[in-house]
Design a protein around this ligand. Structure first.
Ligand code: SAM
Length: 228
């Protein structure tokens, strides 16, 4: 199978996508509201012109994406430990994104950008070609019921969209504690030639869902996938 690079105009038509997240409702606290109104404009990906090349815009040596960053543990740990990296945190829910915004301000971190919304939309022409070094998808919603499995993030269309924005030999790190999701990904790998599975040492970051999986005694499945 040949990898195909779509133009930004073509992709949305070729990849009408199904929502990979559930709705959450609730009142927003004043702290979160302030983060959205005051801090978001300073750190949102929207402050850059599309398509965004974060390495060029920020001068960072490497650019990581934390897709579905949840409460932001991994994004913040990366930003603190790798000051020469730029981290793009994406999530559709405000709780984690506002927590990141508030901690970035409190700790004077300068190497995080955020996107509040459906991260798959960003892959459709909003990020510059070959600009992402590593793309992390940690403990995505497993959607275990058969009728829900089409909502899983990792599928062929997702890899098709991701491939052009990854740097040469860049990494997609995917981790799940859902056995059936892991089987689904294992079955997908031989069906495409965008990424190859590589056996390599990579420490699974400590996130809320990682700790929960360990508490439950679940197996942790790690896929280190390198761009072909
Ligand atoms: C199960 S949580 C895992 C959070 C975190 N990675 C961790 O390990 O603790 C999955 C997260 O992915 C987010 N998510 C799912 N689909 C998304 C999408 N299309 N765009 C952005 N975020 C998404 C959800 O809102 C949720 O916060």
């Amino acid at each position: 199978m040949q990898s195909q690079i779509y133009s930004a105009d073509e992709v949305p038509k070729k990849h009408p996508h199904i929502r990979t997240f559930g709705a959450r409702h609730g009142r927003m606290s004043a702290i979160r509201e302030r983060a959205i109104t005051e801090l978001m404009p300073l750190m949102s990906l929207d402050r850059f012109e599309t398509p965004v090349n974060l390495a060029t815009e920020t001068g960072a040596a490497v650019v990581f994406v934390d897709f579905g960053c949840g409460m932001g543990d991994h994004t913040l740990e990366l930003a603190r430990s790798k000051p020469d990296h730029h981290i793009l945190a994406m999530d559709v829910h405000t709780a984690g994104i506002t927590q990141i915004l508030n901690l970035v301000e409190a700790e004077n971190l300068t190497n995080i950008s955020v996107f509040l919304g459906d991260g798959i939309d960003l892959l459709k022409g909003r990020i510059a070609a070959e600009s992402i070094t590593e793309f992390h998808v940690l403990f995505p919603d497993p959607w275990p019921k058969a009728r829900q499995q089409k909502r899983r993030v990792l599928h062929l269309d997702f890899l098709t969209l991701l491939h052009p924005i990854m740097q040469n030999s860049g990494w997609l790190r995917f981790v799940t504690d859902d056995d059936s999701y892991a089987s689904h990904v294992a079955a997908l790998i031989p069906q495409q030639d965008f990424f190859r599975l590589v056996e390599t040492d990579w420490r699974v970051p400590s996130t809320r869902y990682h700790r929960r999986a360990l508490d439950l005694g679940n197996s942790i499945h790690v896929f280190n996938l390198q761009k072909i």
